[in-house]
Design a protein around this ligand. Structure first.
Ligand code: NI
Length: 262
């Protein structure tokens, strides 16, 4: 039996967990056992990109996916694993073990109430391996804490910027000027959701090419202005609107498959 029946599109306010009361959440759980956690990072995004780029984008995609499918969206987790960006002012990082513990505790909290499908919409590549490790630990930890976690609990990580249609669209818009960090596609989404950021946009010199990632000092030596082969000055809000639409469509399909998985 599917975990969630098809539901009508709702207002963004209706699917924000932070705006619901506990009885409303209990009622929701009688109909749907799915929930979305937006996961970001607070880290440098080149000389013109916002420090909060990864959480702004993950939350925007998550709210749109939630709205289209009537699935609750938790408050965004704004801090991620960004150790290699610590050479730049404003970056705030969780060590991998800390992020692992945070994600594990958040999933277990939700599972305690009967949520069975936890869909994490992630905006930062550095979170991927740690979040997958957190999912792997969830069931064992639940047992050791005596939590009655349902055997039907499942977690899925969906990285919006790596969805096939999003990567194709970014390639069409920017070609090899997309680069690997502080990309025009992610910056475009931030310009769409936070118009004040448009005032930071300006032409930039050629970026350093993408290279290996070691420590934060090595990162800054290889990528002095924080960019990895990217040209974020190409970003405009209209591109952001297109990318947001493409990401919401792709991830909605992913979410629906996940919710109906047996
Ligand atoms: Ni980013």
């Amino acid at each position: 039996m599917p975990v969630s029946p098809p539901r009508p599109i709702k207002d963004i306010e209706a699917i924000r967990l932070a705006l619901r009361s506990w009885p409303e959440v209990e009622t929701y759980l009688q109909e749907c056992k799915g929930i979305i956690i937006p996961l970001g990072s607070t880290e440098q995004h080149g000389p013109t990109g916002a420090i909060g780029t990864d959480v702004l984008t993950a939350e925007a995609v998550a709210l749109e996916v939630g709205r289209r499918n009537g699935v609750l969206v938790t408050p965004a987790q704004p801090f991620g694993m960004a150790e290699h960006h610590l050479g730049f002012a404003g970056t705030m990082s969780l060590r991998p073990a800390t992020l692992l513990a945070v994600m594990q505790d958040l999933v277990l909290s939700l599972a305690r109430h009967g949520f069975e499908r936890v869909f994490v919409i992630n905006g930062h590549g550095g979170n991927i391996s740690t979040t997958k490790a957190a999912f792997a630990q969830v069931h064992g930890t639940a047992a050791s804490r005596g939590l009655q976690v349902t055997p039907n609990l499942r977690c899925r990580l969906s990285n919006w910027f790596m969805a096939g249609p999003v990567m194709r669209q970014a390639r069409e818009l920017y070609g090899d000027k997309e680069g690997h960090h502080a990309t025009p596609s992610e910056i475009a989404v931030t310009l769409q959701v936070e118009p004040t950021l448009q005032s930071k946009q300006r032409p930039l010199p050629k970026p350093a090419a993408a290279g290996p990632i070691h420590g934060s000092e090595d990162f800054r030596r290889r990528h002095p202005d924080g960019r990895m082969g990217s040209h974020p000055s190409l970003a405009i809000p209209e591109h952001g609107a297109l990318l947001l639409e493409t990401a919401a469509t792709a991830l909605s399909e992913d979410l629906c498959n996940f919710l109906s998985e047996v």
